[in-house]
Design a protein around this ligand. Structure first.
Ligand code: IPD
Ligand code: CA
Ligand code: CA
Ligand code: CA
Length: 269
């Protein structure tokens, strides 16, 4: 994608994501109708749907040839990343949105022929927009984020996980994870994949691991993280697919090999 087109799409997407966030803030104290999807803890609200509809409508009106891959059903049936594809999570962290009315984000990743070109993660209630254009760095509002420092020891790393990693599960031996957690500096769980990836970009956590997330959970944040020098694979070190659910490890490059070889590969089921 040439820089001029990237710049135009970036400006449009930025305006729409900020407006979508403002709409959510204005209605943040309104009563919510909360429904469940696949299971009792898989929540969705009309705000998730309205936000996705708002974004998809603007994209279709302005860029009718672009495709949209999104969580709540207003997007296209995506079979490939050919052409320009917007991967959207209208609210990442719906449980936080429902319970806390904060700590959730709108996430957008824009890809051209499978290459991440533009990423946004908008922390709506804090009004902090993380954004990146390929090759032009990542920003937190107007502040350019530093590239990651060259060195980091795993023992000094703070990693993002959730509690499921420490319980018996189908993906990885929890004893190996317990070993990992006892050998790193700290762990954090925030309830939003997109925000955790934004925090990796900001350098305030050093990695984020997921067992099984959808493309819209990670697309925007992966582009941000890549722009500051973080690396992303799945749990076995292979490329992450953005067409279906996958595991992910996004981290500082200096800890990637040790994390995967000495821990994840040993624990994977
Ligand atoms: C969820 C969040 C959460 C993660 C869940 C996701 P949603 O997305 O990213 O942090 O642990 O697995 O489904 O449903 O709130 O968009
Ligand atoms: Ca959801
Ligand atoms: Ca999500
Ligand atoms: Ca969502």
């Amino acid at each position: 994608m040439d820089a001029e087109l990237r710049g135009k799409i970036y400006q449009d997407a930025k305006e729409w994501i900020l407006n979508a966030g403002r709409n959510i803030r204005e209605a943040i104290n309104d009563p919510l109708v909360v429904e469940t999807k696949a299971h009792a803890n898989d929540l969705v609200t009309e705000v998730d749907r309205e936000t996705e509809y708002f974004l998809v409508t603007h994209i279709r009106d302005t860029y009718p040839t672009h495709k949209v891959f999104s969580e709540e059903g207003y997007g296209d049936d995506i079979q490939s990343l050919d052409g320009i594809v917007w991967i959207i999570d209208p609210i990442d962290g719906t449980m936080n949105f429902v319970k806390q009315r904060k700590n959730f984000a709108i996430s957008i990743g824009i890809f051209h022929e499978g290459i991440g070109e533009i990423g946004f993660v908008y922390d709506v209630m804090s009004d902090i927009l993380y954004s990146a254009k390929k090759g032009e760095g990542a920003y937190k509002n107007d502040e350019k984020l530093q590239s990651l420092e060259p060195n980091l020891a795993l023992g000094e790393a703070i990693l993002g996980f959730n509690h499921k990693w420490l319980c018996q599960n189908d993906v990885i031996d929890e004893k190996v994870v317990q070993q990992l957690v006892s050998n790193i500096r700290g762990s954090r769980a925030y309830g939003s994949a997109a925000l955790k990836l934004a925090y990796v970009s900001e350098g305030i956590i050093d990695g984020y691991l997921t067992m099984n997330l959808a493309p819209w959970d990670i697309a925007g944040g992966m582009i941000l993280a890549n722009e500051v020098g973080a690396v992303t694979t799945n749990l076995t070190g292979g490329p992450v697919t953005l067409l279906s659910n996958d595991s992910t490890v996004t981290c500082h490059p200096a800890i990637q090999t040790e994390l995967i070889k000495d821990y994840l590969e040993k624990g994977i089921k």
